[in-house]
Design a protein around this ligand. Structure first.
Ligand code: SF4
Length: 319
């Protein structure tokens, strides 16, 4: 059997098992192309959290990383949430523990905690708001000016939000995602030189996002062609823009969807090595095994889930 035949037979089996179990398959934009192609809902963290909250399926197979499946489990305690590979973690979520957060809060009594969705359920339970890159700016703007803010865990997204909102009383945790931090501004400038007509799409988690804003203000990068966007908004923008070529500064998995939606346009990665090893752990074989063997079930203790849910609900309702 050829590789293509093997894949299509796996896809057929997955469809069959999805029917049998009344399951829905949610997949993040950074997943392998073959996983993206079989997803019932494909999107960024916010879109997937919303989809998880609205589904009538009995089983949610989460093709993403551990904290995303936890979020789905918190929103749906009565459903079975499956993560096809338990090792699919996130270096950003691992950059702050709940004990570190408690210590930080003790140093800033009364501060409002805004946690990016890439955090463990325990950290969310200690936070006032969750946010994603699509609504972080809006959430920070909705907090009264006189309140101190603790923003975690991503320092690049935090700096971006601080610049956008001009918020002085906002403290930022020095965490980072190793994949996004690996996209440096010199690489972006290099690719731009080779593709001078291209629009530049930058994810705010990128190592280059804050320097991109600086380079725009200095006139080094063209302001009208540089867009700092969440992955969901990158997809929308590449569809609606008249540009024919785009430099994409985020995890390369998203290019599959961009190319699929816009076959006539060209998409160039800012750094072709920006590949998240955790996202790529989910394969067709593992999705099938998850459905057949009911693994790996993700649950969150009820008291943690109850407290985390409030912060997640605020995220889902804003933006
Ligand atoms: S790309 Fe970075 S932030 Fe996203 S899941 Fe991978 S390690 Fe986490």
């Amino acid at each position: 059997m050829s590789v293509t035949e093997m894949k299509s037979s796996l896809v057929e089996e997955i469809k069959e098992w999805k029917r049998k179990r009344n399951a829905i398959l949610l997949a993040h934009n950074y997943q392998l192309p073959e996983i993206q192609d079989i997803a019932d809902v494909l999107g960024d963290s916010l879109a997937l959290a919303r989809a998880a909250g609205n589904t009538s399926a009995d089983v949610i197979v989460f093709c993403g990383v551990h904290f995303m499946a936890e979020t789905a489990a918190i929103l749906n305690p009565e459903k079975t949430v499956l993560l096809p590979d338990l090792e699919a973690g996130c270096s950003l979520a691992d950059s702050i523990t709940v004990d570190q957060l408690r210590e930080w809060k003790a140093e800033h009594p009364g501060a409002v905690v805004v946690a990016y969705v890439n955090t463990t359920a325990e950290v969310k339970a200690e936070s006032d708001y969750c946010c994603t890159s699509s609504n972080a700016v809006e959430i920070v703007r909705s907090i009264p000016e006189d309140k101190e803010i603790l923003f975690l865990p991503d320092m690049f997204l935090g700096s971006f939000v601080k610049n956008e909102t001009g918020r002085e009383n906002m403290h930022i945790w020095l965490g980072e995602c190793h994949v996004h931090a690996g996209i440096a501004s010199h690489q972006v400038e290099g690719v731009l030189t080779q593709h001078p007509e291209a629009e530049l799409l930058v994810h705010p988690e990128c190592g280059c996002s804050t320097s991109s804003m600086y380079l725009v203000s200095e006139g080094v990068l063209p302001a009208e062609k540089t867009h700092i966007l969440s992955t969901g908004n990158m997809l929308k923008h590449s569809k609606n823009s008249d540009a024919e070529e785009f430099i994409v500064a985020t995890e390369v998995g998203i290019i599959h969807q961009m190319q699929k939606q816009n076959p006539e346009k060209r998409f160039v990665p800012a750094n072709p090595e920006a590949v998240c090893p955790f996202m790529k752990m989910i394969t067709l074989e593992k999705v099938l095994a998850a459905l057949k063997e009911n693994k790996h079930i993700i649950t969150v203790p009820a008291d943690t889930a109850e407290r985390a849910k409030l912060a997640i609900k605020r995220m889902v309702s804003i933006g």
